[in-house]
Design a protein around this ligand. Structure first.
Ligand SMILES: NC(=O)c1ccc[n+]([C@@H]2O[C@H](COP(=O)([O-])OP(=O)(O)OC[C@H]3O[C@@H](n4cnc5c(N)ncnc54)[C@H](OP(=O)(O)O)[C@@H]3O)[C@@H](O)[C@H]2O)c1
Length: 328
C-alpha cells in the first residue's frame, strides 16, 4: 500500500516564502501542492512568475472559501491571516507565516503592526518545535510560524534562559539578506545600487521582532542589519552567563534533527537551502559570544512551516526537509 498523501494550498505562491514552500514540497514524499494562489497573477502559470520552480501549476485566485486542501500555508503580509485564518482553521490545518498570531498580547500587536487585532478567541499555537515542544503543535489547527530573527535568536537563547544561566540583558546584533524584506518591496534601500558594498542598521528603536523574542526569552536588545546577500541570517548574541553554554545546548539539542553545534564561527552559506540552525559559542568566564545562522527562507519561514505541518498532520517531523547546504 502506498503512503497516504496530503494536499497543500500555498496562499501567496509567487512571494519568496510561498515559492520556497513550493520548492521544498516538490521533494516531500507525502505532501503535494495541489493549489497555488496569486491575487495579481491568477490564471497564469506559476512558472511565468517563478521560473526556478519545476512545477506545472496554474495560479488560482485566493478565493479561500472554494479551495479544498488538508493544509493551508498562508504566505501573505501581516493582516491577511487575521481575516482568513480563523474560518479556514475550522476545516483544515493552517500554518500562518505572517506575524498575525505570533504575539499573545493584542495591545502589543496593535502597537507593533499598527492595526487592531480582533482578539484571540480562536485557539492557535506558536510553533518552533525545538523551543516550544511538539505536543501543542501536533494538536493545533492554526500554527503561527515564527519570525526569522526570533527563530535564530530563540534557538540560541532559550535553553540558556531555561537553565537559569543568563545574566543581564542579551544584545542581539543580527544580519540579514535582502530576501527577508520580501519580493513585493519597492523601497530604495533594496535597489542593487544602494545595497551593494554597503550595510546598515534598520528597525530602530524597536524592531517588530523584538516583542516576539521577548515574550519567550525576556528582555533583549535587538538591532538588525541589512547585508548585500540574497539569503541568510546571522545573529551574534553577546551575553553574560553564570555557567558554560555549550553543555546546556548539547543537552537540550542532543536529539534535534535541525540544530547543530559547530566548532568554528559559522557562515550563513553553510545553512543555505537547509532547515538547519547552526550554533557556535566563544566563552571566556562569564562572557559568551553566541552565533546562530539560519536560512531566513527555510528555517526562518517555509522550512519551519513544513516542519510544523508535518507535526500537525502526524508525519515524521523532518520529512522532506533538507539538511545539506548549497555551496558555494
Ligand atoms: N521573506 C522572509 O524571509 C520571511 C521570513 C519569515 C516570515 N516571512 C513572512 O512571510 C510572509 C510572506 O513574505 P514574503 O517574503 O514571501 O513576501 P513577498 O515576497 O513580498 O510576497 C508576498 C505577496 O506579495 C505579492 N507579490 C510577490 N511578488 C510581487 C511583486 N513583484 N510585486 C507585487 N506583489 C508581489 C504576492 O501576492 P499575490 O500574487 O497574491 O498578489 C506574494 O504572495 C510575510 O508575512 C512575511 O513577514 C517572510
Amino acid at each position: 500500500m502506498g503512503l497516504k498523501r496530503y494536499s497543500a494550498a500555498i496562499i501567496g505562491a509567487t512571494g519568496y516564502a510561498g515559492a520556497e514552500a513550493i520548492r521544498l514540497l516538490q521533494g516531500h514524499p507525502q505532501i503535494e501542492v495541489t493549489v497555488a494562489t496569486s491575487e495579481r497573477a491568477a490564471g497564469e502559470a506559476l512558472r511565468a512568475h517563478c521560473p526556478w520552480l519545476d512545477a506545472d501549476l496554474i495560479l488560482r485566485a485566493p478565493d479561500l472559501a472554494t479551495i479544498q486542501a488538508d493544509v493551508f500555508f498562508l504566505c501573505q503580509e501581516a493582516g491577511y491571516a487575521l481575516t482568513h485564518a480563523p474560518a479556514l482553521a475550522k476545516r483544515a490545518k493552517v500554518v500562518d507565516l505572517s506575524a498575525d498570531f505570533r504575539l499573545k498580547d493584542p495591545a502589543e500587536y496593535t502597537h507593533t503592526y499598527g492595526r487592531e487585532h480582533p482578539g484571540f478567541e480562536h485557539p492557535w499555537t506558536y510553533g518552533m518545535p525545538e523551543v516550544t515542544g511538539r505536543e501543542a503543535i501536533r494538536a493545533a489547527q492554526l500554527v503561527a510560524n515564527p519570525g526569522c530573527f526570533p527563530t535564530a535568536t530563540l534557538i540560541a537563547l532559550m535553553p540558556l534562559v531555561r537553565a537559569g544561566i543568563v545574566q543581564g540583558v542579551p544584545i542581539v546584533d543580527a544580519k540579514t539578506g535582502v530576501s527577508g524584506a520580501g519580493r513585493a518591496k519597492r523601497e530604495t534601500d533594496h535597489l542593487l545600487a544602494e545595497l551593494l558594498d554597503a550595510t546598515k542598521a534598520y528597525g530602530l528603536p524597536r524592531h517588530r521582532h523584538e516583542p516576539e523574542m521577548e515574550q519567550l526569552c525576556g528582555p533583549v536588545r535587538f538591532v538588525p542589519h541589512l547585508l548585500p546577500m540574497s539569503r541568510g541570517i546571522l545573529a551574534t548574541i553577546h551575553l553574560d552567563v553564570a555557567g558554560p553554554v555549550r553543555p546546556v545546548w548539547e543537552e537540550a539539542y542532543a536529539a534535534e534533527p535541525f540544530v547543530r553545534i559547530v566548532d568554528a564561527p559559522p557562515s550563513t552559506k553553510q545553512v543555505r537551502g537547509t532547515n538547519r540552525c547552526d550554533l557556535f559559542v566563544s566563552q571566556t568566564d562569564s562572557h559568551a559570544t553566541v552565533i546562530a545562522v539560519i536560512d531566513n527562507l527555510v528555517k526562518g519561514a517555509a522550512g519551519q512551516a513544513i516542519q510544523n505541518a508535518n507535526l500537525m498532520l502526524g508525519l515524521p517531523e523532518a520529512m522532506g526537509l533538507p539538511t545539506h547546504g548549497v555551496w558555494p
